[in-house]
Design a protein around this ligand. Structure first.
Ligand SMILES: O=C(O)CCC(=O)C(=O)O
Ligand SMILES: [Fe+2]
Length: 356
């Protein structure tokens, strides 16, 4: 590896790839991009934005000086998804996209190990706190049973349920629209959170997110203007790795806003530092302060996670309960104005991608 495009995306060695020849198509986890390179006017941030437009993480990249570039993904399904997107009319460029083969790798879409929790152990994210065994197994089972009795909203790639407060994702405001009240089956959990010192305020909103293996959530900051400081997420079902990314100070103020109340991923090239956090079953995640306001959080779209280095665990269904408090009339006055849509509205561009 010859360095990297920021902390998140290692640079690939182009000499290790075999260019695709002839009509035979072997699916791999690598893409070859012809007519794509610096001499064609392409840049790393712009290329990454296109490649990650379907929420697939780019695990390695080579932007050629001429017109040949390569990108690697976690598996062939991910590469195929990106290829299909790049070949669709919604993506406008003149690249030719094919699968590429890596010299020392099986061509059946061999899986690259996901970044482990152990590998980022030294990174501190101020304001992230995981409480293990926050609920008992019987509480978790009952909550999941109750959640599954409720109707799911299927308008985005993840199934979700919203309670307590409706939110207008287009206007970034709490909406008057009707959503079910905070459900009774969550009441004791809400009381427990509110009477603890884990959150600095009450709770009036719940979002339920379902993650089947392969499903993730785009990197985002929960909109400052919409929600109060503390965010609490309880994990039902299986555990998962959540990643926190701190955008480089120089890139702050250029974060774009996705259509689901959140900022679209900062470009990986502008990520200064990243941390993988394991959220065990029945745990509570608290995100406050700097982590809540100045770091992005997201969950990779893949079917495995890696806690200990080199040990891959398959994902199973996870359902999370995210509790928040809608911000009332006062705009956010946090200490990260360039990351704050209350203080720097012009920092937010147009939605650049479909959020998941
Ligand atoms: O699934 C989770 O734990 C977090 C979900 C989340 O970040 C959100 O709904 O904003
Ligand atoms: Fe979030």
């Amino acid at each position: 590896m010859a360095g990297g495009y920021g902390a998140a995306v290692p640079e690939l060695d182009p000499t290790k790839f075999r260019r695709p020849k002839g009509p035979k198509v072997t699916r791999t986890r690598h893409l070859y991009l012809a007519n794509c390179g610096r001499s064609c006017g392409d840049t790393v941030p712009q290329l990454l934005q296109c490649l990650e437009a379907t929420e697939v993480s780019v695990l390695g990249l080579h932007l050629g000086e001429g017109g040949v570039s390569y990108a690697s993904f976690s598996d062939a399904d991910a590469a195929e998804r990106v290829k299909a997107y790049l070949e669709s009319p919604s993506s406008s460029h003149s690249w030719r996209v094919k699968f590429a083969e890596l010299e020392d790798e099986a061509t059946d879409g061999g899986v690259l190990l996901p970044g482990s929790v152990a590998s980022t152990k030294h990174v501190e994210v101020p304001g992230v706190h995981v409480v293990e065994d926050f609920i008992s197994q019987s509480e978790a089972d009952e909550l999941l049973r109750q959640v599954d009795l409720q109707p799911w909203n299927t308008s985005i790639k993840r199934r979700v349920q919203h309670y307590g407060r409706a939110f207008d994702y287009a206007k970034l405001m709490i909406a008057a629209g009707a959503v079910p009240e905070m459900p009774d089956f969550c009441q004791s959990l809400v009381t427990r959170l509110e009477s603890s010192d884990l959150l600095p305020h009450a709770i009036d909103q719940l979002t339920v997110n379902e993650y089947e293996p392969g499903i993730g959530i785009a990197f985002h900051v929960d909109a400052h203007s919409a929600f109060e400081e503390g965010i609490a997420a309880v994990t039902l079902g299986s555990g998962i790795v959540m990643e926190f990314r701190k955008p480089d100070a120089a890139s702050s103020g250029k974060v774009s806003m996705g259509k689901h109340h959140r900022m679209a991923p900062a470009l990986p090239s502008s990520v200064e530092i990243s941390k993988n956090v394991w959220l065990p079953p029945r745990s509570l995640l608290i995100i406050r302060g700097e982590a809540r306001y100045a770091w992005l959080h997201g969950i990779a779209w893949r079917k495995t996670d890696c806690v200990d280095e080199g040990k891959v665990i398959p994902r199973q269904r996870r359902v999370s309960l995210t509790f928040r408090m809608a911000r009332q009339n006062t705009p956010c006055s946090c200490a990260w104005p360039t990351m704050c849509d209350s203080q720097t509205p012009e920092a937010h561009g147009l939605p650049s991608r479909l959020q998941g």
